[in-house]
Design a protein. Sequence first.
Length: 131
Amino acid sequence: GHGIGLSIPTIVAKQVMEQIIQTGNVTRGYIGVEVQDLTQELAESFKLTNTDGALIARAIKDGPADRAGIKTGDILIAVEGKAVTNSTVMMNLIAALPPGQTATFTLLRNQTEKSVEIMIVKRPKLREQDE
């Protein structure tokens, strides 16, 4: 895989710090998707005019996105009205959402814009010592 930098954008770090202060731990919003950035080639194959958005590579079975009808190949372009320019931005926007509430996700499917309400959940623990 590609070397993923460990730099967390300052704004996200600040939100996380505030959450730790408030709740004693980090609760990150989660919808159960695997995403990838749109390359020029992918954008062209989906007949998109630009590479803005995050391509849903997979909606995890029975996860919130799957239950909301999100499908592989959907392109997420906004979360709660905030533009998604790439998959990192999307993950940061989702992580900042409070679990237990629904959020509006705007996506493109077959060049058609759709809005979908997805229930935000807490990110599942992968291991006991994990966040």
